[in-house]
Design a protein around this ligand. Structure first.
Ligand code: SF4
Length: 133
């Protein structure tokens, strides 16, 4: 499966996305149930707070061959800083709407410790379970 990765601009300067790529390579985290090889065809950021460019960038990656979009764990689970994106639910929803129902959107990439998940559950909007639960 060809995927495009959307990551947090605020995290980009400290994280090389190594755990995202490891999860894809080793079929872990969000990709644990994927039977086929995961090939990342592109990486882009949300564009900076409040993430308004994420949807357009995701759509562009679909035009360039992505069959699924991955919202990186730095956005939805707050790795590595225990600081989930305060806009992560809206960001994910707008990406889903932009790419349409035929394109799966993964709500995280790699797994995160429980302490991250607790913060993610409280961030982003009013309700709903933390990604990956
Ligand atoms: S909108 Fe969220 S994902 Fe984008 S830079 Fe800001 S905190 Fe990071």
């Amino acid at each position: 499966m060809k995927v495009g990765l959307i990551r947090c601009l605020q995290t980009e300067n400290v994280c090389p996305a190594a755990k995202c790529f490891q999860a894809m390579r080793e079929k872990k985290g969000a990709f644990a149930d994927c039977g086929e090889e995961i090939v990342c065809i592109g990486v882009n950021t949300c564009g900076g707070c409040p993430g308004k460019n994420a949807a357009q960038r995701a759509r562009h990656m679909v035009r360039q061959g992505a069959e699924a979009i991955v919202i990186a764990s730095c956005i939805t689970l707050g790795t590595p800083h225990e600081f989930p994106c305060p806009f992560h639910r809206k960001l994910t929803d707008t990406v889903r709407a932009a790419v349409g129902e035929g394109i799966p959107v993964f709500d995280h990439s790699h797994d995160a410790p429980k302490k991250h998940r607790a913060k993610a559950a409280a961030a982003g909007d009013e309700s709903g379970a933390a990604p990956g639960n």
